[in-house]
Each structure stands twice: as C-alpha cells, then as structure tokens.
Design a protein around this ligand. Structure first.
Ligand code: IMP
Ligand code: MG
Length: 430
C-alpha cells in the first residue's frame, strides 16, 4: 500500500503521533491536511521528548518530506517557534518542510477573539485551546481569510491585513470588550516571520500529484478525532474543521480513488479535554488514577483530561465514518492493575437499548451507557513486543474492542517510547 491515512476515533489525544511516527519510517512524505496548532503530538525519540503541533509527526525521521496542506490553518509565529524547537533533534531538517500556498494564516486577532469569546461564554464555554482556530476557519468560510500565497506580495497582503484588522478591532473593543491588536506591531512581526517562511511555501497539491506518479509512499496525519469533527462530532463541543478521513481529500488535494487504507487510532480507554458530552466519563478516584498513570494532561494546553471507559458505540461509528479497516489500540499498558475493566457496548435511551447512535439525533447527555465487564490483568506490559507476550486478559480485551468496533487489529501501544508498539499489521509493508 502506498497511501495511508491515520485518524482519531475518539476526542483526539488517541496517541496518533506515536503511530504516525512509526508508520513514517516506511513513508516518503507525511501530510497534515486539517486543523492547526490546536493539535499536539508528544514524541519520545532517544529518551528526549518533542512536541509537534503543526509540523507532521514524521519530521523526526531523517529524509522525510513534511507537507502542511491547504486544509490547515497555520499560526506563522507558532510554526517558526516549533521549527526552532525541533532543531534540537538531530534527525530534523527544516528544508524538508513544504507549506501550502493555500493554507490560511491564524493571526493574533483570531487568538484574541477565541479567548475573549470563551471567557464571555462562562459556564457554556466550549473549552477551546484558545489558539484562534475557530475564528481563523470562520474567516476562511467568510472568504476574508489570509493565505500564505498572499505573503508573496507583501504590499497587497498588508492592505488585506489592515482591512481585516480594522474590522476585528472594532469587534474586539465594542462587542467583546477587550484590548485591540496593534497594527504596527503585527505588521513588523509578520515581516520577520515572513522571511523565515517564504522558503517553505509551495504548491503542495502539485507536489503530491507528482510524488504519487513517481510511486512515493504518502502518510496522511489526521489531527484531533472523529468526535471533534465539525459535522459528525459532539457539536457544538467540537473543533472547527473536518477531522474524518474524508477531509484528507479536501485538505490535501488527493483524489479519493488514491487512498489505499485508513487506520483508526483508539486509546484503550477514553479521554476528552474541554467541555461537552462524555457518556462513559469516570468521575471517581479511578479516573484520577488513570489520569496520572496515563499522563493525561493536554500536550497543547496542559489541561487535565477527562477520563472514561472505552465506548464501543462511538468507536463503531467512527470506524464507519472513516472507512477504517483497522484499529491501532494505544496505551493498553495504562490499564494494568484495573480489574475488572468496563466497555460500553450500547446505550440506554428512553428505556430502549441502542447500539448505533447518530449524535445529532440523540442527546448524549441523556443516555446511559450499558457496560460489559471484563477481567483485567496485573502484569506490566512495557516489555511486550508480540501479541503472544501479552497476558491472556489483555489480549481478550483488545480483541473485544476491535470486534465491537468492527475493525481488524493492527497495532497495540504499550508505552511512550518509540519501540513500545506491538505491530500486528503494517499496511505499508503489505
Ligand atoms: P479548538 O480546536 O481550539 O477550537 O477547540 C475545540 C475543542 O476541541 C475543545 O474541546 C478542545 O479541547 C478540543 N481539541 C482541539 N484540538 C484537540 C486535540 O488535538 N486533542 C484534544 N482535544 C482537542
Ligand atoms: Mg494531542
């Protein structure tokens, strides 16, 4: 297989970065196609921790081309900062970054609007990352957004920026009652980062089309997760982009017939950052224990993540929506010592058992999960590298997850380090 997409099946933070990092070893090109620096992948390479937000997680392999595609929204200041921080990794070489002309810029006024709006919503806040992602996608849809191609002609860029800024500053002051963004400071700052970013700009769609003709292997790296998808997630507690496999095509320019496989990533339990429904949330001390053992704090915002049992109803839906043929189950090691384990296999809604759920039709906060219990295991899993090295109950648990989700098992994560993965199938090697 030559083209593979990796997508999250839950609320993000499924450990996609680790699986992308593993698959990237066999890819020539890794592509981000949606979202911005609201995503964050933590990677541990040779004992050193790196956080990638905008640069594809394949960046830490020598020689891979890293594409930031047209469907993304990119904060130019955050990108430069991230590139500088990645230079501490010997494998990283920024000349391999290709940033799409068509990607939209996230500006400081987007961030200011995101934060001020969230503050004004009080207890109804979405719990966004505060990085301006929603307001940047709003401008894109309003057809007033700034794209990286605009940076080529700085005079006209400046005019568009000043027009946008005048409107945003009126909104910031009069409606949101916060400080406006200074035009002079912003223009000077953009001039500085512009020089850094111009060498990365490229027609990434054309580049990918040529690469496919040459038989290159391409990995598409989804950010966030299906339950945060703007159309299929738990709206309005979602992000502002499409996060499902279908977004690969719109967000990178890949023609649909060219995608060979989709791998869904799911954690062995569930987590969510930010507000919104979470049917299987664990509110007892056990949740705290899993949070500590799993290091469940946001990589982008450091917020504590909410913790829950594995929800097969939602994962089944995600597997369907993404056309995922297989699942990589991450962080199985975190469940060691929890006995019994619970899996949500169906919901109770108005006294009825439902196994499939359309999120738009059902009030997720009104349903009750129906659980199946499974015996846990007590052995640490960190050293396991083959399926048969796992304790029987761990094997049964993962197999049950895949059976309920209607996908084949492809990989199992048993720790944070690069090699702590049991690979059952690697589609690039099929
Ligand atoms: P936004 O994407 O910053 O607008 O945030 C909208 C919602 O998506 C909030 O609940 C965020 O916590 C959540 N979110 C956005 N990106 C991620 C991610 O990469 N992992 C987990 N949650 C995310
Ligand atoms: Mg993350």
């Amino acid at each position: 297989m030559k083209t593979i997409a990796v997508v999250g099946t839950q609320w993000g933070d499924e450990g996609k970065g680790k699986i992308v990092d593993l698959l990237a070893a066999d890819a020539d090109i890794v592509v981000r196609f949606q979202g911005g620096n609201n995503a964050a992948h933590t990677l541990v390479v040779d004992g050193k921790k790196f956080v990638v937000r905008l640069v594809p997680a394949g960046a830490l392999h020598p020689g891979k081309i890293c594409v930031i595609g047209p469907g993304t929204v990119v904060d130019p200041f955050a990108l430069v900062e991230e590139i500088d921080s990645l230079k501490a990794c010997a494998n990283f070489d920024d000349s391999r970054i290709k940033l799409s002309y068509d990607a939209h810029l996230v500006m400081p006024y987007h961030r200011a609007i995101d934060r001020a709006r969230e503050a004004s919503l009080g207890k109804n806040a979405i719990g966004t990352t505060g990085f301006g992602i929603g307001p940047a996608y709003e401008d894109k849809a309003a057809r007033s957004g700034l794209r990286f191609a605009d940076l080529l002609d700085f005079r006209s860029f400046r005019q568009k920026l000043e027009r946008n800024l005048a409107e945003k500053n009126r909104y910031l002051k009069a409606v949101l009652k916060v400080e406006p963004v200074s035009s002079d400071d912003l223009i000077k700052a953009i001039q500085r980062v512009r020089r850094r970013l111009l060498p990365y700009l490229c027609d990434t769609t054309e580049y990918l089309s040529k690469a496919l003709k040459e038989g290159k292997r391409v990995l598409f790296e989804g950010a966030h997760g299906t339950m945060l998808d703007i159309d299929y997630g738990t709206y309005p507690f979602v992000t502002s982009s499409s996060c499902i496999a279908g977004a690969v095509f719109a967000g990178s320019g890949l023609p649909p017939r060219c995608l060979d496989a989709v791998i869904g990533i799911t954690k062995a339990y569930a987590t969510r950052v930010g507000a919104g429904p979470f049917p299987t949330e664990i509110k007892s001390k056990l949740g705290e224990r899993l949070r500590e053992e799993g290091g469940e704090y946001g990589s982008a915002t450091h917020r504590p993540r909410r913790i829950g049992w594995f929800d097969a109803v939602l994962t089944r839906r995600a597997v369907y929506l993404n056309g995922a043929s297989e699942l990589a189950v991450t962080k199985l090691d975190v469940l060691t010592g929890i006995d019994p384990l619970r899996i949500c296999v169906a919901y109770e809604l108005k006294g009825q058992r439902v196994e499939e759920l359309s999120l738009s039709a059902a009030r997720l906060d009104k349903i009750k999960p129906i659980y199946e219990e499974m015996p846990g295991w007590h052995e640490p899993l960190a050293q396991a590298r083959t399926f048969s090295e796992l304790p029987l109950n761990a094997r049964r648990y993962v197999e049950r997850i895949c059976e309920l989700s209607r996908a084949r098992l492809s990989m199992i994560g048993v720790g944070a380090a690069r090699d702590q993965v049991i690979v059952i199938r690697n589609p690039f090697r099929e």
